[in-house]
Design a protein around this ligand. Structure first.
Ligand code: ADP
Ligand code: MG
Length: 366
């Protein structure tokens, strides 16, 4: 990381370096991740100076071959995309839904109501990302931002054991930060970016991404402020995932309120901000003891849903008699499912209608 030192930049001496590190910017990569506008904001530099420094940082990284220029050939884009890693979910059904697993260089948003398995999914991914590449992992470590105080090391132990892994090592490779308010949550992420490369972090979890913002910004008057702050947080998440080739996984709690007559009663709380920046969105839904996961709005996955379960191993494939159904698409699930419960759910639930794809109105906007 020698070459990423701030004082390697022309015109950046000890004074500026100190100013930057006081603001939480420790290397050249951090400058890129924050960008000029934010840099000016947090250091009090004037905008031109900030833009100038970020541009120098960009040039240094381009020259060092660490980031692509503004215009790149499709070959280079292709090459960069070839570097995308996939993390197995440890299940056939969810790997099928994700076309191999959770992708690096992107954000995956999992939304669903309370108890639908979002946190269990996060815990499972914390373990599977540590597996060697031959077994579908990325041999990586995890940064877990816990905003709801629902991270449970006991679950990691149990999931690791079920996957035949050493539970102590598994725990060692997960760093957990508890966020107490939305500003703290953003700060943790800003501070985290420089740890990512040093620690080979391949998975960044934020469970939940939206909850604190929602709790703090109640009412319509503050909606735009909330969206703005949330926007900043989510974009930072995406930029970090892209810059460091790691997977970002964010959860979003939704309500299933029976008194909503128009639109999707379980649309994501973050509204369009999260929807438009997420690379992938997956909807989790309870169906008796089972769970349904649906891929919503993906640029290159087919719209389909699969059935999974929860168990000691975290997210698991459903038991063998329903296993076959898990590989069906949503359409064939409706037609062919022998399970009446699932048929009813699929037909009647507007939450998983094709229409919900276009839904992007924030929950409390009118
Ligand atoms: N060891 C386990 N075996 C089976 N189910 C479990 C286990 N641990 C938790 N669960 C189930 O996980 C569900 C909660 O999922 P969770 O991921 O916390 O939901 P969410 O984060 O979406 O609110 C509960 O239904 C609970 O019974
Ligand atoms: Mg949860």
């Amino acid at each position: 990381m020698e070459d990423l030192r701030l004082d390697a930049l022309p015109g950046v001496g000890p004074v500026t370096t100190k100013k930057l590190s006081d603001a939480g910017i420790h290397n050249i990569m951090d400058l890129i991740v924050r960008g000029p506008v934010e840099l000016a904001e947090i250091t009090g530099m004037d905008k031109d100076t900030a833009a100038n420094i970020v541009e120098k940082a960009r040039q240094a990284l381009v020259e060092g071959g660490m980031i692509s220029k503004d215009f790149v050939s499709a070959t280079e884009v292709y090459k960069r995309r070839q570097e995308i890693g996939k993390i197995t979910t440890g299940t056939e059904c969810l790997d099928l839904l994700l076309d191999g697993g959770l992708e690096t260089q992107g954000l995956t948003e999992v939304y669903g109501e309370f108890g639908s398995g979002k946190t269990q999914f996060c815990h499972t991914m914390c373990v599977t990302v540590q597996k060697p590449k031959e077994e579908g992992g990325l041999d990586g470590t995890v940064l877990y931002i816990d905003t709801e105080n629902t991270f449970r090391p006991e679950r990691i132990v149990s999931i690791a054991k079920a996957h035949g892994m050493d539970p102590e090592k598994a725990l060692d490779r997960i760093m957990v930060a508890r966020a107490y308010n939305s500003a703290h949550q953003t700060l943790i992420l800003e501070e985290a970016s420089h740890m990512i490369q040093e620690n080979n972090i391949k998975l960044l979890v934020v469970d939940s991404a939206v909850g604190l913002f929602r709790a703090e910004y109640l009412g319509r008057g503050t909606l735009s402020v909330r969206q703005q702050r949330l926007n900043k947080f989510v974009h930072l998440l995406v930029r970090i995932a892209e810059t460091y080739n790691c997977a970002a996984l964010a959860t979003n709690q939704v309500m299933a309120s029976p008194d909503v007559f128009f639109g999707d009663p379980t649309r994501p709380i973050g509204g369009n901000v999260v929807a438009h920046t997420s690379t992938y969105r997956i909807y989790f839904k309870k169906s008796g003891k089972k769970r349904i996961a649906r891929m919503v709005d993906s640029p290159h996955h087919p719209e389909q849903e699969v059935i999974f379960s929860l168990g000691d191993a975290g997210v698991i494939d459903p038991d063998s008699d329903t296993k076959k159904k898990s590989t069906k698409t949503a359409k064939s699930l409706k037609v062919e499912s022998a399970d009446p419960e699932i048929n009813v759910e699929s037909k009647s639930d507007s939450g998983v209608d094709a229409d919900s794809k276009t839904e992007d109105i924030p929950e409390d906007s009118e």
